[in-house]
Design a protein around this ligand. Structure first.
Ligand SMILES: [Zn+2]
Length: 243
């Protein structure tokens, strides 16, 4: 096959390789990153909910402690009141009355504490229920998006497979040496081996550096591959192929 025809084939091959490169970067970088972000966001939301639930539990424990404390103090008040009538002296009687008054003051403080704790629990409980619903909704969205991304990955695999097959058929008549050079560039130049020379600016279409008139003449001779001096990609003239 004449070199000019081979270069035309390489341009076609480049089209296929560009698509493959784009799909692979989506498959290997973009989608995994999106999946990771999605997972981290959900996990962090879940963690917040767990911390809040733990706080609610602690409030309930605190309330229970206050209630036990209250019951004990109330028991003590009853006990002390029962003792009043067994006391012999006036002094002892008055001392007991003072003790009972102090216990009653404690009881009333504890009652306030319990009521306050009940209020806090009620508010926290309401918020926990709302958070739980929001989290369930979030999880549903998370799973849906995850499934969508995973199915996109499967689609990409199928597309890449079909493009690879397409590549084989385009590449089959290209000279082995030419093809090897092209493939090496594809691997080392971010999936891009071919660079069109812009007809009006005479710049390399990949790196934008000026291509010399001598190089352009060399390209037109079509007896060897001509590389950009700056980015070392294979140069071609789109107008020669009506591109
Ligand atoms: Zn270049």
């Amino acid at each position: 096959m004449a070199l000019k025809d081979e270069i035309y084939k390489l341009v076609q091959l480049q089209n296929v390789d560009s698509q493959i490169y784009h799909l692979k970067s989506k498959k290997e970088t973009e989608i995994p990153a999106a999946l990771e972000t999605l997972k981290n966001e959900f996990e962090s939301r879940k963690k917040d909910f767990e911390v809040f639930s733990e706080k609610l539990k602690q409030l309930q424990v605190k309330k229970k402690e206050k209630e036990l404390d209250l019951a004990t103090k109330e028991e003590n008040v009853k006990k002390s009141q029962g003792q009043l009538f067994q006391l012999k002296s006036n002094k002892e009687y008055h001392a007991k009355l003072t003790e009972i008054a102090s216990l009653k003051a404690d009881v009333s403080l504890l009652e306030e504490d319990v009521l306050k704790a009940l209020d806090e629990i009620e508010t926290a409980d309401k918020k926990a229920k709302e958070e739980k619903e929001a989290l369930a909704e979030e999880e549903k969205k998370y799973k849906e998006t995850e499934a969508k991304l995973k199915s996109e990955l499967a689609d990409i695999d199928a597309k890449i497979k079909s493009l690879e097959e397409n590549k084989v058929s385009v590449a089959k008549d290209i000279d082995k040496n030419v093809l090897n050079k092209y493939e090496r560039l594809i691997k080392t130049r971010y999936g891009r081996a071919m660079a069109p020379v812009d007809a009006s600016t005479e710049n390399c279409g990949a790196c934008n550096m000026k291509v010399t008139a001598q190089k352009i003449n060399e390209i037109k001779m079509y007896d060897q591959l001509v590389f950009c001096e700056s980015c070392v990609r294979i140069l071609y003239l789109p107008e020669d192929f009506s591109l």
